[in-house]
Design a protein around this ligand. Structure first.
Ligand SMILES: CC(C)(COP(=O)(O)OP(=O)(O)OC[C@H]1O[C@@H](n2cnc3c(N)ncnc32)[C@H](O)[C@@H]1OP(=O)(O)O)[C@@H](O)C(=O)NCCC(=O)NCCS
Length: 139
C-alpha cells in the first residue's frame, strides 16, 4: 500500500472508498471488480478501470492481498480486463500510473504490453505513466 496514493485506509475511509468505487460504475458503466480466488471463494483483491473527472484518462488499477502474490493471479485478471477494455468497452488506450519503486507493478504493466509514456508528479509524488495500446488488427 506504500506505493498507492491514498495508502492503507482506516475503516471509515475504506467505506467511502467503496462508495466511490460503486458510484464509478453508476457514472461510467465500468469500474473495479472484486478478485475472488476460485478454489477458496476468498476475496483476494480488486482490479479494473477508473476514469474520474480530473484524472489521467482511462486507467487500469490493481491490488491483491500479499498472500495472493506470485501466483499469476494479477496477470490473469488484468489480461482479462485489458481484453474487455479493447473489445466490449471499445477503448484504444489504457493508462497505468505506477510509483517508480513499485517494481512488481512495473513488471505487470510491461507484461500487459505497457510502454513508459511519460512521468507526472501528483501531490508531490513522481509517478510513471505506462500506456497499453489496442493491438492493430491482423492484416
Ligand atoms: C502488483 C501486484 C498485483 C503484482 O503481483 P504479482 O504476484 O507480482 O503478479 P502476478 O499475480 O501476475 O504474479 C506474477 C508472478 O507469479 C509467478 N507465477 C506463479 N504461477 C504463475 C502462473 N500460473 N502464471 C503466471 N505467473 C505465475 C511468477 O513468478 C510471476 O512472476 P514473473 O512474471 O516474474 O514470472 C501485487 O504486488 C500487489 O497487489 N501489489 C500491491 C498493490 C499495488 O502496488 N498496486 C498497484 C498500484 S500502481
Amino acid at each position: 500500500m506504500r506505493y498507492i496514493r491514498a495508502g492503507a485506509l482506516p475503516r471509515v475511509d475504506a467505506w467511502w472508498q467503496m462508495a466511490r468505487y460503486m458510484g464509478h460504475w453508476e457514472l461510467r458503466g465500468y469500474g473495479l471488480w472484486a478478485v475472488i480466488e476460485r478454489s477458496t471463494n476468498r476475496l483476494i483483491g480488486h482490479l479494473g478501470f477508473l476514469d474520474p473527472e480530473g484524472g489521467h484518462g482511462f486507467e487500469l488499477g490493481w491490488a491483491l492481498a500479499r498472500h495472493a502474490w506470485g501466483r499469476g493471479y494479477a496477470l490473469e485478471g488484468t489480461r482479462a480486463a485489458v481484453h474487455h477494455a479493447f473489445t466490449t468497452l471499445n477503448r484504444d488506450h489504457i493508462a497505468c500510473l505506477i510509483h517508480p519503486e513499485n517494481t512488481r507493478s512495473i513488471h505487470l504493466a510491461e507484461r500487459l504490453g505497457g510502454r513508459l509514456e511519460r512521468e507526472i508528479v501528483e501531490s508531490g509524488t513522481r509517478l510513471l505513466v505506462f500506456g497499453i495500446a489496442r493491438p492493430e488488427p491482423a492484416a
